[in-house]
Design a binder for this molecule. Structure first.
Ligand code: NDP
Length: 456
């Protein structure tokens, strides 16, 4: 006897998939989720969460060193235990996996472990069993793109970095994006000798370039060696396990580990998408309309698999918008749209980068009446005693015609925490005049944002 159709069958239990499943169930829908790996997806298992935990670990190195300036004395330098950090991380991640499992089950979501495949516009097969559903959601996320050159198989991607069997004393990081910069900072902080190889002339090319250059300089101050205009042409492994990385220039660099962090692509292979008529774009991502519907109307997609903005909060917002579109009205929740403007983001380099809105270059292109730039670069109070030479940059980009603050950027401790709050102000349309009449909280780094008076 066949089971009645689900209202929603979600493929992929990452941030977007789990949020959609839970919310749809809360709206009274009959929901199933299929996942072939650990619950929680990239963010929980291989991305944001382990990355942030390791970033905390790495910050201790600075904290120990800086504490001497505040009167702390210890005779032997603290010792870092890689195995202990990995064990602690694994314990926390499996706790989170359990929470996701519990969350889905408590909401009555049917959970299928295994590879799911579309076998019809309204049919998903897992482990040889076909399930019908009125709506299907593809929330399969993305994967690291692999480089193509001789010996590329000796490199690793970010998936492997948190669980490397041995701590990489010499680490080469290829790439200049989010993952490369974060991993370079984290592993340098943990004590590795890190060299970052960047193919162009700058890291974080999508960011305000003054901010990116300032952050890159701070990373170098924190021990990350950076080489620009540099590409890898081959990797060889010698009998002792050492890697020898040949650059396009012919120079050879030794390394224990080579991390390739050169972008991520959507997980669309093997899902049976083409067979049921779902078209992909040229990057292999699933195009969707404003309601996350693919060209096959019963099939939807959210998150990294659509290759818009690869950020967890974006996937969550899309999932919630989709669920309200599908099931919200009956449950008293009107449809909502995700606004892709002014999405704040942080890069957890050391120090952090936080940003919301336009870069100076974007504003110069878009603001017809001109742009006013306010910036300040300074030594944080903490470092007057810490001995650290770390500096902080804050920058406001203002549309001269309307006085609206259209970009806000920070490089400094906890920049993500600071910028999250200001993102609300920007979304509320705050002008520079509003910033000027806001009193600061003294002494903080964030107060600098409301005390900038002279345009540069
Ligand atoms: P990014 O797109 O951020 O960066 C890719 C980097 O790789 C760029 O520096 C790019 O250079 C370089 N690159 C691309 N192809 C090659 C190549 N063939 N050889 C050498 N370098 C190359 O990708 P990531 O993988 O770092 O991260 C993927 C996404 O994940 C991010 O865009 C972000 O959305 C998300 N993410 C978010 C985080 C956060 O919120 N904190 C943390 C980690 C990831 P160029 O600039 O010249 O193109």
């Amino acid at each position: 006897m066949s089971t009645p159709p689900f209202d929603l069958f979600v493929i992929g239990a990452g941030s977007g998939g789990v949020r959609a499943a839970r919310m749809a169930a809360q709206r009274g829908a009959r929901v199933a989720v299929a996942e072939m790996a650990a619950l929680g997806g990239t963010c929980v298992n291989l991305g944001c969460i382990p990355k942030k935990l390791y970033s905390y670990a790495a910050h201790y190195a600075d904290a120990f060193e800086e504490s001497r300036g505040f009167g702390w004395r210890f005779d032997a330098p603290p010792v870092f235990d890689w195995a202990q950090l990995k064990t602690q991380r694994a314990r926390e991640i499996s706790r989170l996996n359990g929470i996701y499992d519990d969350l889905l089950r408590r909401h009555g979501v049917a959970l299928f472990h295994g590879r799911a495949q579309l076998t019809g516009p309204q049919e998903v097969t897992v482990g040889g069993v076909a399930h019908t559903a009125h709506n299907v959601l593809i929330a399969t996320g993305g994967h690291s793109l692999w480089p193509v050159f001789p010996g590329a198989e000796w490199a690793v991607t970010s998936d492997a970095m948190f669980d490397l069997p041995r701590f990489p004393q010499r680490l080469l990081v290829v790439g200049g994006g989010y993952i490369a910069c974060e991993m370079a900072s984290i592993f340098a902080g943990l004590g590795a000798q890190v060299t970052q190889l960047v193919r162009g002339t700058a890291v974080l090319t999508g960011f305000d370039q003054e901010v990116a250059a300032f952050a890159a300089a701070q990373m170098r101050q924190h021990g990350v060696a950076q080489r620009f205009d540099t590409t890898v042409s081959a990797i060889e492994r010698s009998a002792d396990g050492m890697l020898h990385v040949t650059l396009a220039s012919g120079e050879v660099l030794p390394a224990n580990t080579v991390l390739h962090a050169t972008g991520r692509g959507p997980n669309t292979a093997g899902l049976g998408l083409a067979e049921v008529g779902v078209e992909l774009d040229k990057r292999g991502a699933i195009p969707v309309n404003a309601n996350y519907q693919t060209c096959v109307h019963s099939i939807h997609a959210v998150g990294d698999v659509t290759d818009r903005l690869q950020l967890t909060p974006v996937a969550l917002a899309e999932a919630m918008a989709l669920v309200d579109h599908l099931f919200g009205s009956a449950a008293g929740h009107p449809p909502r749209q995700v606004d892709y403007d002014l999405i704040p983001t942080a890069v957890f380099t050391h120090p952090n980068i936080g940003t919301v809105g336009w870069s100076e270059a974007q504003a110069r292109e878009r603001c017809n009446g001109g742009v006013r730039i306010f910036r300040s670069e300074f030594r944080p109070l903490r470092h007057t005693l810490s001995g650290s030479s770390e500096r902080c940059l804050i920058k406001l980009v203002v549309d001269a015609a309307s006085d609206r603050v259209v970009g806000l950027h920070m490089v400094g401790p906890d920049a993500g925490e600071v910028v999250q709050g200001f993102a609300v102000a920007l979304r509320a349309g705050a002008t520079k005049a509003v910033f000027d009449t806001t009193l600061g909280i003294h002494p903080t780094l964030a107060e600098e944002f409301v005390t900038l008076r002279e345009a540069s």
